[in-house]
Design a protein around this ligand. Sequence first.
Ligand code: ZN
Length: 184
Amino acid sequence: MSFIAHGLKCTDSDCGLDEPHVFYRKADGPPSCPECGGPRKISWSHRRFPGVSGDGIGSFTAMDMGVFGRVETREDYNRVMSVIKERHPNSQIQVEADSQADQQQRADEARQRAYERRQANSLSDKMMKEIKEERKTVAAEASRNAVRQNHDPKPAATSAAKRLASPAALATGGRIGQTGASDA
Ligand SMILES: [Zn+2]
């Protein structure tokens, strides 16, 4: 169960109650407005960092603010927020702490993607091997037939193999290697 502290602003235009520091269960979402019962959304328009009312030593959690770099102190943070406010005077800035659960989820997703990539690669490796084997078999057979008919076995084997798409062509949809079949 995780809790979160945010500034919340009532979305009702007549009410517009702006509370700088509301604690609530993250899973439940922002609680409705105590004044009018309307829905509220996260708001930083009050320019007060939520969660902490005073600036005790070490109370500020350093964070990465993207293009603004990492901020270590509340002074840095306030300066960055002022810059953002200055550049985007009409937009509301929503800041949410990066929870441990979020980080865990990103790590899990990255692991899953890596796993899927590995699976896909090993599958195509296996297919390439099988296709190569099949081409070899077909070429050998054509070579034997050519010899039986007193023909040169080499070109017969080559053209027989060419009639099958190469492993690279199959793996890349014909972008690399012979696509075969066209001259069959
Ligand atoms: Zn309200």
